[in-house]
Design a protein around this ligand. Structure first.
Ligand code: ADP
Ligand code: 5GP
Length: 197
């Protein structure tokens, strides 16, 4: 049986990418990342096919029309979507499929038979979130305002009982990472134990 996927959700700038990078580096063979499609522009250092499939609006609309996505959403003025192909590629490899998606996506995934673990990453405060977004230096003022506005609603959904299996406060990277790792460790072990047999 394919391992259950892992959904990581949390407001933009909370540190999802930072935590996932560590998890993927430490347990390369246990995880595979579901590469989403997006219409937003690549940030410096982001690679097509690795971080995202960067597409234009027409390509995105066509793929949606063709039923290629498990879920899709408009976030901060851009389209994002998880393709069936991206998830299947990881599932077929026998690894835990990681989906980094927003709360609109989470709501749609809950109506599928994917049966993932749902993890919400929360900032200590909105001020911390703002500082992190600012510090990352990737957003215009307008994009930052849109992301902070979305964050309020996302945190509300994240904190609602039963929406997520676990809510992790990303106060210190190492501490939050440890909590995330402990949560998913039983699943990692199943894969790593199989490999060493
Ligand atoms: P996301 O993927 O959720 O949008 P990132 O991983 O890109 O967020 O992190 C946003 C910024 O916050 C980055 O500059 C990152 O280095 C920083 N960051 C991440 N976690 C922490 C933390 N616990 N404390 C302080 N800064 C953090
Ligand atoms: P960013 O532009 O910062 O990479 O991502 C913005 C938001 O979009 C984040 O909350 C991220 O989790 C979410 N996101 C990334 N890919 C997808 C996707 O395929 N579907 C959905 N619904 N959200 C996504």
């Amino acid at each position: 049986m394919a391992p259950r996927p892992l959904v990581i959700c949390g407001p933009s700038g909370v540190g999802k990418g930072t935590l996932l990078k560590k998890l993927l580096e430490d347990h390369m063979n246990a995880f595979g990342f579901s590469v989403s499609h997006t219409t937003r522009q690549p940030r410096p250092g982001e690679e097509h096919g690795k971080d995202y499939f960067f597409v234009n609006r027409e390509e995105m609309d066509e793929a949606i029309e063709n039923g290629e996505f498990i879920e899709h959403a408009v976030y901060s003025g851009n389209c994002y979507g998880t393709s069936k192909e991206a998830v299947e590629a990881v599932l077929e490899s026998g690894r835990i499929c990681i989906l980094d998606i927003d709360t609109q996506g989470v709501k749609q995934v809950k109506n599928t038979d994917l049966n993932p673990f749902y993890v919400f990453i929360k900032p200590p405060t909105i001020e911390d979130l703002e500082k992190r977004l600012q510090g990352r230096g990737t957003e215009t003022e307008e994009s930052m305002a849109r992301r902070l506005k979305a964050a309020q609603e996302e945190i509300e959904y994240g904190e609602t009982p039963d929406n997520f299996c676990i809510v992790i406060v990303n106060d210190e990277v190492d501490r939050a990472y440890e909590e995330l790792k402990q949560f998913i460790l039983p699943e990692i072990k199943k894969i790593e134990d199989c490999e060493s047999d």
